[in-house]
Ligand binder design. Sequence first.
Ligand code: 0A1
Ligand code: ZN
Length: 848
Amino acid sequence: MKDATPRATLLSEYRPFSHLIDAVELDFRLAPNATRVRSRIAFRPNPAGEGGPLRLDGEGLTLISARIDGKDVAPRILPGGLVCEVPDGPFTWEAEVEIDPASNTALEGLYMSNGMYCTQCEAEGFRKITYYPDRPDVMAPFTVRIESDLPVLLSNGNPASREGGVAEWHDPHPKPAYLFALVAGDLVAHEDAFTTMEGREVALAVWVRPGDEGKCAYAMDALIRSMRWDETEYGRPYDLDVFNIVAVDDFNMGAMENKGLNIFNSRYVLASPETATDGDYGRIEAIVAHEYFHNWTGNRITCRDWFQLCLKEGLTVFRDQQFTGDMRSPAVKRIEDAHLLRGRQFREDNGPLAHPVRPESYVEINNFYTATVYEKGAELIGMLRRLVGPDAYRRALDLYFERHDGEACTIEDWLAVFEDATGRDLAQFKRWYSQAGTPRLAVETARDGNALAVTFRQSTPPTPGQPEKRPVVLPVALGAIGPDGTELMPTRVIEVTEAEQTERFDLPEGAVLSILRDFSAPVILTREQSAQDRALLLAHDTDPFNKWEAGRTLAKDALVAMITDDRAPDTAYLDALAPVLGDETLDPAFRALVLAIPSDDDLAQTLASAGTTPDPQRIDRARHALIGALAKHLEEQLSGLYDAMRIDGPYSPDAGDAGRRSLRNAALLLLSHRDEGARADAQFEAADNMTDELAALTTLLRIDRADESVARFHDRWRDDRLVIDKWFSVQVMHAPGPKAADVAARLTEHPAFDWKNPNRFRAVMGALGANHAGFHAEGGTAYDLLADWLVRLDPVNPQTTARMTTLFETWPRYDADRQALMRAALERIGNAPGLSRDTSEMVSRMLG
Ligand code: 0A1
Ligand code: ZN
C-alpha cells in the first residue's frame, strides 16, 4: 500500500501477499453521492507469504463497519489503506464503506458519466471501491449484487439473478481486482450470439445510450471476428455465457478488458458511415480485438505485479496486430505499426522518459501504460516469433496457456515456455526487457572476392539511469535486388548478437541489399546508400516494408537537405515516386503510404538523432515546399488518381474501399496546392461519409481557406459529441503554426469545450501538441497555454493530466530558447500547489 508521501515501488521488493482469497462477495447499493459497498471476503494464510497482520489497500473510503468472523473489529486506518490483526487460520472479512461516485472526476474506481455508473479499476482503482489487496497476484472468484433503480445492471461473469431493482452476477474465473467492473444505467443493447468451438452459446451485447444503438454494428462484427480468430489462430475459446461491451463517454484511456464486461471509450465503439472515418473503423476493429484477446492474455493468465505489464500488453498488442494484418493487409499493417512505433516509442526511448519494457521502479503505475510497454513490448514478441519460427511460436504459446492458466506470471515464466518449447537459450534476448533505449544498427558493406561482406555494428545510447548498454539479439531480415530489379537473394534472417559482426553473402557486383525487411527489429538503421540504390528498392524491392522505407528515406533525405542547406526539392525523389503511384498492381492503401510526406515531428526526431538542432519553422517551410513541388511535378497523375479512386455506390469500411479513399484523399491534399481548394470544396459539399468530409475540411484548413466549411461542419454536427471532438481537433491540428495557440485558446472558450471530458480536452490540447510548428512557435505561447490547462486539469483528473505532460518530453531536442521555455512550463506545472503524484512523477522525470 502507498504512503501519503510518494515513494517508489521497486521490482526487487516484490513479496507475495500474506493471504489468499477463496471467494469475494460484493454488495452495491448505488446512490450518486453515497453509494454503500459491502464486502465479504474469505481469506486464508498464503503458505508463500510472510505472515503478519492483514494489510488492505483503500483510498477515499469512509469505513462504516468492519468484522472478522462476524465480530466487530477496529482496524487502524492509514493514508493508503488499513491494517488489522487477524486469526492465524482462515477467516471471513466483512466491511461496509461509503463512496461518492458523482464527485469522482478522476474517472478511477466507481464514477458517473452522463447519469450512468461505471468503473475503471486498472491499475489501482479497486482500492477506491472497497478495502482489498489491490494487486494483480491476488486472484479470486467474485459474486456481485447490485441494487439500483436503473434499468441495466451489469458486472463480470454470468448473470445469476435479476429481481426488481436487484441484479446478481457470478464470475467463476478467479481474477485480480483490476478486472472488476460494474455498470448501471439507462442503456440499450445491440445484441448477437456466438457459438464457440467447444459448443458454448454466448450471448453478446454492446450497450450504449439510447439513440446510439444504430452505431454498434461494426463493433459487434469486429467482436465476432475476434472470437473466431482467437479460436483458429491460437486455439482459445471464450469461457463465459455472456460477453458485454459498454460504451462510456468519459474515459481516460481507450478501453478496458474487465472479465466478461469490457468498458470502452465511446469513440472506440460508435460508428456510422456519416460520423466515423475509415481510421475510426480501423481503430474500433483493433481495440475490440485487443480487449477481447486479453481474455486469455491478461485475464486467464495475468501479471504477478505491475512491473510485468508488458506480459499482457505486449503480447495482446502483438495479437491484435496479427489480427488486423489478417483482416486487412499484413504489409500495410506492418508499415503503419512501424511508423507508429518510430513516432511514439522512439520519441519516448530517445528522451527523458525512456524506460525498459519491464521497468524496475515506479511512483505511479498509471504513468507506465506507455508506447514502450505496449508497442515495443509487442515488437519483442514479434522478434521472438521471427527467431523461433511460427510453428515453434505456436507450440510455446500452447505451453504458456497450458502451464499458466489461472496464474499471475512474470516475464521469466514467459521466456521459460519458449526455452522449454524450443530448447533455445534466451538469456541474451532477455536484455530487451531490461535495457531501455533504441539500439542503433550501423551497416557497412565491402567486397570480399565474390562475396559481399556486411558488417553490423550495434550500440544503444545511454538512457536515464542506464549509462552502459550491452549488445542485444537482433533478428535482421535481409535480401538483395539486382541492378535490373530482379531478386537475387530472397529474405533470410541473420541473428546479430555481437557489438560488431560480419556476415558474407554470395552476391555479384551491383547487388543492392535490402536490410531490416519487414522492420524485423525495433532499431534505428544507419547506412550510407546512394539515392539511386534507394530508388531501385522503391521500384523493385519484393519486401513491401522496405519498398516503402526506400521512398521514405528518399523523402527524408530530400527534406533534410532542404532544411539544413536550403536546397531545392530533389527531383530524383519526385521522379522515383511516379511509377509507384501509377502501379495498379499495388494496393491503393500502400500507395497512399508511399505518398505521405514525413511529418514535422518525424523530421525533428531525424535531425536531432543526427546531431542537428531542429528548427520547427524551417521544417515546416521545407515540408510545405516539398508538398508544393510534389503537387506541381505530379499534378496530372494525381488528378488522374483522384478521379480513378472515386467510389460510386454505398460506403463500406472494408480495407479495399478505405485504401482507395486514403489514396484519393492524399491526392486531394496535394492537388489543393494547384486548384486553390476547388476539389476540396466540392468534396466537402458532396461527401456522404465522414472520411471524405473530414479529409476535405482538413485540406481546406491546410490551405487556410476553411472558415466557411468550419462553421458549416459545426452546424451540421453540433449534436454529435464524437464528431464535434473532430471539429475541435482539426482546427488546432491544421492551423498555420503561428496561429495554432490562438485558435486553441479561442476554442477553449467555446461553450462546447467541456474540459473535464478527456476526449474533448485531448481534442484541443492533444492537437496543439501535435501541430509541431504551432506548438513550438516562437515565444512559447503554446507551451504556456498547455501548462495553464494542465495545472487546471490536474486536481480534477490526474491521470489524463500526467499523460498529457508528455507533450513536453521532446524538450532536449530543441534550441536553448525553446528548451528554457519548455522547462519553465514544466517547472510551473511541477510547482502547482497540491500537484498529484501522477503529474509530479512525470514532471520530475522530464526535468531530470
Ligand atoms: N488495459 C487496457 C488499458 C488501460 C490501462 C490503464 C487504464 O487505467 C490506468 C485503463 C485502461 C488495455 O490495454 O486496453
Ligand atoms: Zn491491453
